[in-house]
Write a protein that binds this ligand. Structure first.
Ligand SMILES: Nc1ncnc2c1ncn2[C@@H]1O[C@H](COP(=O)(O)OP(=O)(O)OP(=O)(O)O)[C@@H](O)[C@H]1O
Ligand SMILES: [Mg+2]
Length: 388
């Protein structure tokens, strides 16, 4: 069972995935747009290409002849994935899953129209004029996002007519890809948001991890914790929606399915057909398998007997504040000396303001209040400074 995996995207999530794969003797080639990306030094080989360039992608697939293509990011020429599937390569979790989730329109229409999942009311717009009409239809406040973007890029909230033009321009700037189109969604007044890590298997039922709570700022997560507080009814609804949407996308692997929990129930928001950044909390030893190990097992069709929550855990991000070509860290000893606390430094070769450079992980017994464990992670993360 020595399989060759082509990992498309080599960030911190890819790095943990590679380490999981190395531990059970698999071969990984890590790909990204720059050298020394976090997953590269721990992989067997690496390639530096623009993954939005279909020809460059074809060339490395032909060169390495992988058994599996494992996307780690959205910004890939995913249309090519259908071809690779035809060539007999397994795209993880499936070409459809990767292709549909790179464009908010495809996944939202699948979820809302085809599967009937509850989502925020939404419209699309391709011009500032259309946006004005769309805003009138969904109502204010509402959230505007480029169809192709991630980590909150180009995303803003419209509170009054005066914001529409600004929101349009901001979305155009933050948009990846050549076609500029936005989704405008009614603002959901949620009480909390969760990620439900969902594992689909080739030879077994769909499994769920305990829900993960998280807090977002500037479109990026700041802290995540597991388990998140949720009613049985809401959890059941979220699991039902996650099962439907992952089944429609097909294939085996771990998905991060995002939901809003509001007074009037659970809203499906979006999903990643791959380990989720908020799922880094599983590196705190909250489960018998972390999200990367689960992804790998599902991909290799290794049975997963159960997913067991073993501890309450939290993660808090370590962000850079400046541009640097040689970022260094201080304060790590202080964090290392804390009980029930661990950390990861991703090894990114450069920094820029708000770039995620590492994460602090804390855990405690299952009886502990998650809020306390989150506080510990937050205050520990503050002890580490990224220097330029
Ligand atoms: N309709 C909405 N109502 C209220 N808040 C929203 C809405 N849409 C998005 N948000 C907030 O913005 C965050 C980011 O939105 P979303 O997940 O859609 O974008 P993203 O850029 O794909 O982020 P990422 O790729 O990092 O998950 C959400 O987690 C939520 O906090
Ligand atoms: Mg999101």
């Amino acid at each position: 069972m020595n399989k060759k995996i082509l990992l498309l995207g080599s960030g911190e999530l890819g790095k943990e995935f590679v380490i999981a794969a190395q531990r059970i003797g698999q071969t990984v080639i890590a790909v990204d747009s720059y050298e020394n990306a976090p997953a590269m030094p721990v992989a067997h080989g690496f390639e530096v290409i623009n993954m939005l360039d279909g020809d460059a992608l074809d060339a490395i697939v032909a060169k390495h002849k992988p058994d599996f293509i494992v996307p780690e990011i959205e910004a890939i020429r995913t249309e090519r994935f259908y071809d690779y599937e035809k060539q007999g390569i397994t795209v993880v979790p499936s070409a459809k899953a990767a292709n549909f989730t790179m464009n908010r329109k495809a996944i939202r229409d699948l979820a809302a129209k085809e599967l009937g999942l509850k989502t925020a009311n939404y419209r699309y717009a391709t011009t500032a004029g259309e946006l004005q009409k769309a805003v009138a239809e969904v109502g204010m406040p509402c959230v505007v996002k480029p169809l192709m973007s991630s980590s909150g890029k180009g995303q803003s909230t419209i509170k009054s007519e005066a914001d529409i033009e600004t929101a349009w321009n901001y979305a155009v700037e933050g948009s990846r890809g050549d076609v500029v189109e936005v989704i405008v969604e009614a603002f959901v007044k949620f009480n909390s948001e969760i990620t439900l890590l969902t594992v689909t298997q080739n030879n077994g039922p769909t499994l769920f991890c305990a829900p993960i709570g998280h807090r977002q700022e500037r479109g990026d997560y700041q802290e995540s914790w597991q388990p998140a507080r949720i009613s049985d009814k809401d959890l059941y609804e979220a699991q039902d929606m996650a099962e439907k949407v992952t089944e429609a996308l097909g294939g085996a692997g771990l998905f991060g399915v995002e939901f809003f929990l509001a007074d009037d129930g659970v809203y499906f928001s979006e999903l990643s057909p791959r380990p989720h950044d908020t799922g880094m909390v599983t590196l705190a030893g909250t489960q018998n398998f972390n999200e990367f190990e689960l992804h790998l097992r599902a991909i290799l069709s290794l049975p997963i007997f159960e997913i067991r929550l073993e501890k309450v855990g939290a993660s808090a991000v370590i962000l850079a504040s400046e541009n640097s070509n040689n970022p260094t860290f201080t304060g790590i000893e202080n964090v290392a000396g804390l009980p029930k606390t661990d950390f990861r430094i991703f090894g990114k070769p450069t920094s820029r303001p708000y770039r995620r450079m590492g994460v602090v992980l804390t855990n405690d017994t299952l009886e502990t209040d998650a809020a306390q464990v989150v506080e510990k992670a937050k205050s520990a993360a503050k002890l580490i400074t990224v220097n330029s």
